[in-house]
Design a protein around this ligand. Structure first.
Ligand code: ADP
Ligand code: MG
Length: 341
């Protein structure tokens, strides 16, 4: 089927907090099209966050498991074009009948219906017919139904009948998983620190994340070079807009705790265990150095302590850096990781 891209499967769609609801609703719909309360299933989210991929994964899964179902994927633009042609050629009936014969209709990017009243009208009728016959509708959009402007109220109210689930920007771990998956499926390996660097720095959407990866792989093939971190940094200069991005206390806490292998919530606790105290003091020190947060807020963040505790922590760390070579090495390591972000 030329409409569906075979690479857009559930298998290839990495799960994370950013997409869990949409993904599992999509999976439920794929198992029982028209037979769940998720009808229509509306998937919404910003550019490059996986709407088309997920919507097509549902279609592909249905075609794979329920082979007798007629599944059609169409973008809103293409639907509009076909409608305009049908008007011109006087075969609106064929156009409508074709769409009304589907068991599953996937309509991508419905925000593009904005301002197109006649196309919306015809889609409204097709929608009603399919819905009444227990057929499945899957719709994607760049905004939640309530925020879609330029669409007729009666169409919007239909979109609200089923389930609306959003796709958000994946967190760091999910971004790394997406990159790894992509890397393995392309049969090329990049060093872990390169993956980490890309995932840290490209955090607006998945399409750009993949774009950066593709660009790295292409350049390495062309230059016949292994890609190490430094090479990756120079290759990705154009992708990474501001490298002096703000560093958060959450991130510092996470890095420090990972580094010392202590549970992340412990640094905020009252415990005086040596290793925890060390992680806590280094976190405070780095927060003072790398964030614009006040001493008071730093203290509050790390377990409701006051600003004098933060001052004491920073002095302690400074002293240890001067006197303890091993300790100095720890802090330097963590700072290196921090600056990769
Ligand atoms: P949208 O339609 O929301 O603009 P796409 O579905 O075109 O986004 O996704 C952009 C790219 O990102 C595609 O190559 C898609 O395969 C990939 N992608 C998005 N989300 C995921 C995910 N969770 N796991 C794997 N790949 C993803
Ligand atoms: Mg899309």
């Amino acid at each position: 089927d030329p409409q569906l891209n075979q690479n857009y499967t559930f298998e290839n769609f990495i799960e994370g907090d950013c997409n869990r609801l949409a993904r599992s609703a999509g999976y439920a719909v794929a198992g029982k099209p028209g037979g769940t309360s998720f009808n229509p299933l509306m998937i919404y989210g910003g550019v490059g966050l996986g709407k088309t991929h997920l919507a097509q994964a549902i279609g592909n899964e249905i075609k794979r498991t329920l082979t007798d179902k007629l599944v059609l994927y169409v973008s809103c633009e293409k639907f509009t074009q076909q409608f305009v042609d049908a008007l011109k050629n006087n075969n609106i009936n064929d156009f409508v009948n074709f769409y009304q014969a589907m068991d599953v209709l996937i309509m991508d990017d419905v925000h593009n219906f904005a301002g197109k009243e006649k196309t919306q009208d015809i889609f409204f009728h097709i929608f009603n017919h399919l819905h009444q016959s227990g057929k499945q509708l899957i719709i994607t959009s760049d905004k939640a139904p309530k925020d879609l402007s330029g669409l007729e109220e009666r169409l919007l109210s239909r979109f609200k009948w089923g389930l609306s689930a959003d796709l958000q920007i994946p967190d760091l771990e999910t971004r790394m998983a997406i990159l790894k998956k992509k890397m393995y499926s392309d049969g090329i390996e990049l060093p872990g620190e390169v993956i980490e660097y890309v995932a840290h720095n490209i955090d607006n959407n998945v399409r750009e994340l993949e774009g950066a990866m593709v660009s790295l792989l292409a350049q390495s093939t062309l230059n016949k070079k292994e890609i190490d971190l430094n090479l990756a940094k120079s290759m990705l200069k154009n992708f990474i807009k501001n490298s002096s991005k703000e560093i958060s206390m959450e991130y510092i806490q996470k890095l420090v705790c990972e580094y010392f292998e202590v549970p992340i919530e412990m640094v905020k606790s009252k415990t005086r265990k040596r290793e925890i105290v060390q992680a806590r003091q280094i976190s405070m020190y780095l927060a003072k150095l790398h964030t614009k947060t006040s001493l008071k807020s730093i203290g509050a963040f790390f377990g409701g302590r006051d600003h004098s505790t933060v001052i004491y922590a920073c002095q302690t760390v400074d002293d240890l850096i001067d006197t303890d070579k091993k300790f100095k090495g720890y802090v330097a390591d963590i700072q290196k990781k921090l600056k990769m972000s």
